[in-house]
Design a protein around this ligand. Structure first.
Ligand SMILES: *Cc1c(COP(=O)(O)O)cnc(C)c1O
Length: 471
């Protein structure tokens, strides 16, 4: 399998070459040259496989530069009941007739990002050992991504993590999750500033090519193809649990921010998994909902991005969206460049409303969308608790709201649960007046010793810290 850039760069790469890379050299995103097709005989064979073996089967269609036995071992080591809390790994539960929740949040940090990040940690360790190389991951987080990355990389050979976060702005639970890690290779850096300052620092350091090369700086952000690929697996696993045979269609609703999660659903559908509809659920930051309703993609500036009670979806420029639009315009790289470089770069928006391609988003690719507000989230959390004795987090609530609007009788609707309620306790308390339950392993973490340094919002200070801790 070879990978290409959405912006038309002539080079073709193999999986392990793009594993440790971010963007393609022309600023595009990597995609496989073709989507491997899965027929009904293959689906029938896969239906009864344990999750780690299903992961191996799907990954091996996209990875041909890791020996099969090694890849199998990596999948077996990643997707265990000890790490993800059950043999099913992603158990499905029916809420009401035809509406299901797929649990993706029982990994080490209680959000779905563990599903991909845990695999990434093991792939990184494997590939770095093979190359005899090291990697220093520099990141910026407002919560979920940073903790998922740290729990995936802790104790891994050849990898260090330098994670910046805005000082005092994460929830106490999220802070405790990250700062209580005592591993030598994990460095928490609390920046005096806001999340955008952290992101600017990461950009400034990455743009210093001399520093980047010397200190082997890498990232784990959501445009990484390996992360997306890992997420494809749970669409198959969800499909198999929601159906008794492989001729039945299923729809999915996905709480979305950077379009990474739902893009994995798009890939699964392109492979031939019988997905009828992919519902993109947003909060008040509704850039994606606007596109699927109107054909206009209009990114917002940081100051126009609302701080909401589903904060992991407070994104106004969906970094993975370019992958889907590439398929939408028939993989025409020149057209893609015009939209993402010219139109978006110059005007901050593009408009496909008059383009026949826009009709295809719904008709050929099965996309729908929905939007919710703080009041909707509270109502969903209350209703789900009252009628089904189930606690959901505010992001999953965004999903459930859109799912109810878009569901069609006779077609199972699977809502992806993207975090556990304890991570966003304040909103759950606002809705129900009670604290959500806390898994045993997190009892009392706020009281544990913290490993974190405070630095000013200054790229030079962060560089000096990295340099000092690299030998
Ligand atoms: C990251 C995240 C999302 C958004 O996922 P994308 O892949 O960025 O669309 C939604 N919910 C939670 C809880 C998250 O952590």
């Amino acid at each position: 399998m070879n990978y290409l850039s959405t912006r038309g760069h002539p080079d073709r790469k193999r999986f392990c070459e793009i594993l440790l890379e971010g963007l393609a050299p022309d600023g595009g995103l990597y995609l496989p040259e073709t989507y491997p097709q899965v027929d009904t005989a293959t689906l029938a064979k896969w239906r009864t496989l344990p999750y780690n073996e299903l992961a191996f089967e799907i990954l091996s269609l996209y990875i041909d530069d890791i020996p099969a036995a090694d890849l199998k071992a990596i999948c077996a080591k990643t997707y265990t009941a000890e790490v993800f809390g059950s043999d099913e790994i992603v158990p499905l539960r029916e809420l009401e007739d035809g509406v299901y929740l797929e649990a993706l949040s029982n990994g080490p940090t209680l959000a779905f990002k563990d599903m991909a990040m845990q695999l990434l940690g093991n792939l990184f360790e494997y590939e770095l050992a093979r190359r005899g190389a090291e990697l220093n991951i520099l990141g910026a987080t407002s919560g979920d991504t940073g903790s998922a990355a740290e729990y995936a990389m802790r104790g891994k050979k050849g990898v260090r993590v330098f994670m910046t976060s805005p000082d005092g702005r994460m929830s106490p639970f999220q802070q405790a999750q990250m700062f209580s890690l005592q591993d030598e290779n994990i460095h928490n850096i609390a920046i005096t500033g806001v999340f955008d300052d952290c992101q600017d620092i990461v950009k400034a350091v990455s743009n210093d090519l001399g520093f980047k090369r010397k200190y082997r700086i890498g990232t784990v952000n959501s445009i990484n193809w390996a992360r997306l690929l890992a997420q494809v697996v749970y669409y198959f696993a969800g499909y198999f649990q929601a159906t008794a045979s492989n001729d039945k269609p299923v729809s999915f609703t996905v709480p979305s921010g950077n379009f990474g999660n739902v893009c994995a659903g798009h890939v699964a559908r392109m492979m031939g998994l019988p997905i009828q509809t992919l519902v993109v659920a947003t909060n008040e930051n509704d850039v994606l909902d606007e596109f699927f309703r109107t054909g206009v993609y209009r990114v917002r500036a940081a100051v126009d991005t609302h701080e909401t009670s589903s904060p992991s979806m407070d994104i106004s420029k969906a970094s993975n969206f370019e992958r889907f639009v590439f398929d939408l315009v028939g993989r025409d790289a020149a057209r893609l460049r015009q939209l993402f470089v010219d139109d978006l770069g110059l005007r901050g928006s593009f408009d496909l409303s008059a383009d026949p391609a826009f009709q295809q988003a719904a008709e050929r690719f099965g996309f729908r969308s929905g939007r919710s507000t703080h009041a909707d989230r509270l109502a969903m959390i209350r209703d789900t608790e009252k009628r089904f004795a189930t606690l959901i987090d505010p992001h999953t609530a965004d999903g459930l709201k859109a799912a109810r609007e878009q569901r069609v009788p006779g077609v199972p609707m699977v809502v992806l649960e993207t975090a556990l309620p304890i991570k966003f306790a304040a909103t759950v308390v606002e809705a129900l007046g009670e604290e959500p339950a806390r898994p045993k392993k997190f009892e009392g973490i706020e009281a544990l010793p913290k490993r974190v340094v405070q630095l000013p919002a200054d790229a030079e200070a962060v560089k000096a810290y990295i340099a000092e801790h690299c030998d």
